[in-house]
Write a new protein. Sequence first.
Lengths: 118, 109
Amino acid sequence: DVKVTQSSRYLVKRTGEKVFLECVQDMDHENMFWYRQDPGLGLRLIYFSYDVKMKEKGDIPEGYSVSREKKERFSLILESASTNQTSMYLCASSLVDFGRSLFNSPLHFGNGTRLTVT
Amino acid sequence: SQQGEEDPQALSIQEGENATMNCSYKTSINNLQWYRQNSGRGLVHLILIRSNEREKHSGRLRVTLDTSKKSSSLLITASRAADTASYFCALRITGKLIFGQGTTLQVKP
């Protein structure tokens, strides 16, 4: 079974802090994703990566950056945390699809990090 | 909106009963995926059905897809208390995967 591990289940940070959310997958998946989940807004894609050192913006990248130095690890960085970044953050991975098109294979999610920014 | 609209928003049934959740959409899709989310946890993939498929099964789960009506349904047969969760449909549209708002299912023992 694919295992996607997020380093923290709960995190409380202060406004203005730099925050690192870590995600590791153990199935050699090429694609990795960061989503945030908010009541009434559903899941929204922040960033994704289809290869080491490659990254692409999702639908809501503002205020975030990512790092993928190794295939198994994908980090989400909040450069200067703000209260509107309080949310559930979900990391996911998937196999590369034929022709490198995304989302033709299932996503495997971690258990999430609930971040509170005060 | 490209998002799938799920119906009902909430469903409460007794253990042993069947649960049916529906997902309707407005645009053309490449595939449709169903996920389950237990409270406070990540999403778990259930079934992926491609646009040229009409029905798929996995254990107690049955998914249908009607592209002419732009709708899909997820049927859980002989439900168990452990099936209590939120269920999401996700639409694969060119280059994107759009999640619906979900159906919350409660299965009472």
